[in-house]
Design a protein. Structure first.
Length: 76
């Protein structure tokens, strides 16, 4: 845990999701194609720094959001 946060991608995930006008539901459904099961609540908790992100979840998010993984770590 870094500075009492569970992840460091939260603000970038939220920024990307909003810029692409995707809901938590949209992302949750898309992740299922990669056998990654994150609920809408899980995604909200990731954005709110209340949940850790597993490596395979980040890879799937990167693919679905068409965003390089290193973008999530920008400003770290």
């Amino acid at each position: 845990m870094i500075n009492k946060n569970f992840n460091i991608i939260s603000k970038h995930l939220k920024k990307i999701r909003k810029s692409k006008k995707l809901s938590y539901y949209d992302i949750s459904n898309s992740l299922k194609t990669f056998n990654v099961f994150l609920s809408k609540n899980d995604l909200k908790n990731i954005e709110d720094n209340k949940r850790e992100v597993k490596d395979f979840e980040l890879i799937a998010l990167s693919i679905i959001l068409d965003t390089p993984i290193d973008f999530f770590f920008k400003d770290f």
